[in-house]
Design a protein around this ligand. Structure first.
Ligand code: GLN
Length: 454
């Protein structure tokens, strides 16, 4: 009841696109009934969570924050959300996000930007971006509208918003969480994961969300480890790598200082620190902004006005006109930009120059990490090169916006587990995040290093 009331009182944040109090109440009632009957409670019995609007939820509008999907009500449930309900959780509502998960500030939503509950302490009253694309999730958890939320991360969309709002979020190894029923952005990169107040809550939520699913061809056929039970902040024997290429030019001193602080905390917990080199890091961002739009341009071809959402059919118009009118009206400017970049880099004349090159770079980046694992077990970096920026500050300059993903994109290209945990506050009183990147399938190592920091 407290969370339902909070959600309805916090409309100014614009974090929720749809509220589903009945869903949350049903889960809480089921938990009460089970408790009264003396049954063993499910791991998330009665816990109310927020669902990013990228997850299809049966009977509940799902739009990916795009006008083109307005009014779309799935007839099926995504595997990740079903897993959560099977674990006893209930849904408070669907969370706002960047349109089709494309963005780093939540400003590309067709339903208005989300506002971060944080404010700078300089007396200014600028509204701050909650990060993106999972900006509804980060804002809702940070404002305590829900104890946890789902996010998705293609190039940083769980970690960067978590860093901007002082919460924790983990993107597991690619293939841990099923992508079935999750609206696709870039299929070779998309991964679901939890966003919550602390590392332990992330471990509990991820355990419920993950698991093999025959309906997703890239789902890993592995048991879900007991991450919560395995939590330990004793890092004796752990080797933490510090990648020197992440010391980028122009990085604010405060981020440098935060990084050093993180190093000291991990040392105090028993870890040893080694410097490592990931020489292809500077090519990760350009490779990502070729590969992700290429896959998006293919995935978004299905929104044609025939099968889902809106249909614009000018009088006397033919099929092609209907496609054009629906897409022109339905997709936002950033989505159109990605589709155009994607179709361009996949076109016969430019495929080798861009797409093939980017795929080669992706392999080199994955090899950089493989080489690093010869001398370390996890990597520690800042999550983002800045604290939360003001709404509107970067929205006119796509490159400036893309540059905010510089530290999160490499591990996405390599499919590695990576987490952001709160590291401290900057001079303006805004949260800064530290990122831990792990070996494939070593979510436990990532969570434990995160625990030592928090
Ligand atoms: N900000 C990145 C982008 O716009 C990452 C988004 C994401 O991870 N979904 O593509």
């Amino acid at each position: 009841d407290a969370f339902i009331a909070k959600v309805s009182q916090a409309k100014a944040l614009n974090a929720f696109l749809v509220e589903t109090p009945d869903h949350a109440i049903a889960a809480a009632t089921a938990a009460d009934t089970a408790r009264e009957a003396g049954e063993t409670l499910k791991p998330l019995a009665g816990v109310p969570i927020g669902m990013k609007d990228l997850f299809c939820t049966k009977g509940v509008t799902t739009t990916a924050a795009s006008h083109i999907l307005e009014g779309f009500t799935p007839t099926y449930e995504s595997t990740v959300s079903q897993n959560l309900w099977d674990a006893g959780a209930g849904m408070l509502g669907k969370l706002n996000m960047d349109q089709f998960a494309m963005g780093s500030s939540n400003e590309t939503s067709a339903f208005g930007n989300v506002i971060s509950p944080w404010k700078r302490n300089d007396g200014g009253n600028a509204s701050l971006a909650p990060g993106g694309s999972s900006g509804g999730s980060s804002s809702a958890v940070a404002a305590r509208l829900c104890p946890g939320a789902t996010g998705t991360d293609t190039g940083g969309s769980i970690r960067q918003p978590a860093a901007f709002t002082g919460i924790s979020g983990i993107k597991p190894t690619y293939g841990r969480c099923s992508r079935w029923g999750t609206i696709a952005f870039a299929s070779s990169l998309d991964q679901a994961g939890p966003m919550a107040r602390d590392v332990k809550d992330c471990a509990i939520l991820l355990e419920a969300m993950a698991g093999f699913d025959a309906k997703d061809g890239t789902s890993l056929q592995l048991d879900v480890p007991k991450w919560e039970a395995g939590l330990s902040a004793n890092l004796n024997g752990l080797r933490v790598g510090i990648p020197k290429e992440y010391r980028v030019d122009g990085m604010p001193e405060e981020i440098e200082a935060l990084w050093q602080q993180g190093i000291d905390w991990l040392k105090d917990a028993g870890a040893t620190i080694v410097e490592v080199s990931l020489p292809h890091t500077k090519y990760a961002l350009p490779a990502y902004y070729i590969i992700a739009p290429a896959e998006a341009s293919s995935n978004l071809a299905r929104y044609d006005g025939v099968r889902y959402g809106i249909r614009d059919l000018p009088t006397g118009a033919g099929l092609q006109d209907m496609y054009a009118a629906t897409r022109a009206d339905g997709f936002g400017p950033e989505v159109k930009r990605r589709i155009m970049i994607g179709t361009y880099v996949l076109s016969a004349g430019f495929y080798d120059a861009y797409y093939t090159q980017a795929q080669k770079v992706r392999t080199l980046i994955a090899r950089d990490f493989e080489r690093a694992w010869e001398t370390c077990d996890v990597l520690l970096t800042p999550t983002a090169p800045s604290a939360a920026f003001a709404l509107g500050e970067k929205s006119a300059d796509p490159i400036a916006m893309y540059l905010n993903d510089v530290f999160t994109v490499p591990s996405s290209l390599a499919g590695l587990p990576a987490m952001s945990v709160p590291g401290g506050l900057d001079k303006q009183g805004l949260p800064l995040g530290l990122q831990i990147i792990g070996k494939p399938l070593d979510e436990q190592g990532v969570l434990n290093a995160g625990l030592a920091i928090e």
